[in-house]
Design a protein around this ligand. Structure first.
Ligand code: DGI
Ligand code: FE
Ligand code: FE
Length: 191
């Protein structure tokens, strides 16, 4: 499939508002990939796909997750399933087989420990695309250009704070990922 064909297929699966979000993530992922030295074509591809299943009803997400043997730990917070399902059906529906691209789609909501550079770029692009707005965004946008890990750490903290304020469950892997990034930053280790 060409990028234009992928774009049209994604557009037909989403509301206009969410499709504009996806276009914003594509642009931002492309720019961050160039800035931080990972493949912009892979970043754009993952960005196009990341919310392909975002508007599916919960029952369809759960049923498809079972069919595709998505690890049951991800059933616990259904908000996380849309990335896993998009990654599970992408080889068949879009002809995409690159594992790094699929993992960037899979983990774009929760993050995980040991994320690849591509996973980090897509995760942050989703958080800072031009259509997003929340109190910490200006700082995270600025850091995303200068210090990818600091931007990621603040983005994790921001998500966790938001979930706590709303009395929502926090997915354990997100906490592990958040702790890992802060440890890397405080130890001054380069990854
Ligand atoms: O799909 P998007 O809206 O672009 O953004 P997303 O995939 O990052 O997040 C989807 C939703 O999932 C959003 O409303 C926040 C929520 N979410 C993210 N991490 C967690 C979470 N919800 C719970 N309950 N727990 C989490 O750890
Ligand atoms: Fe999403
Ligand atoms: Fe998104």
């Amino acid at each position: 499939m060409t990028e234009e064909q992928i774009r049209e297929k994604v557009q037909s699966a989403l509301s206009p508002k969410r499709f504009r979000h996806v276009e914003g993530v594509v642009q931002t992922a492309d720019r961050l990939a160039r800035l931080h030295g990972t493949d912009p074509d892979h970043a754009r591809l993952a960005a196009w796909l990341h919310d392909y299943c975002r508007e599916w009803p919960k029952e369809k997400l759960l049923q498809t997750a079972k069919q595709h043997s998505v690890n049951e730990m991800f059933f616990e917070v259904t908000e996380l399933l849309h990335g896993h399902i998009a990654a599970a059906i992408a080889p068949e529906e879009f002809g995409i087989a690159d594992e790094d691209v699929l993992n960037a789609v899979r983990f774009h909501t929760s993050g995980r420990p040991n994320m690849s550079l591509l996973e980090k770029v897509v995760f942050l692009a989703d958080a800072i695309e031009p259509g997003r707005d929340y109190p910490a965004i200006a700082e995270i946008r600025k850091l995303a250009e200068e210090d990818l890990h600091m931007a990621l750490a603040l983005s994790f903290d921001n998500t966790i704070e938001y979930l706590i304020r709303r009395q929502q469950p926090i997915f354990p892997l997100t906490v592990v990922a958040r702790n890992e990034i802060w440890r890397i930053l405080k130890d001054g280790r380069v990854v």
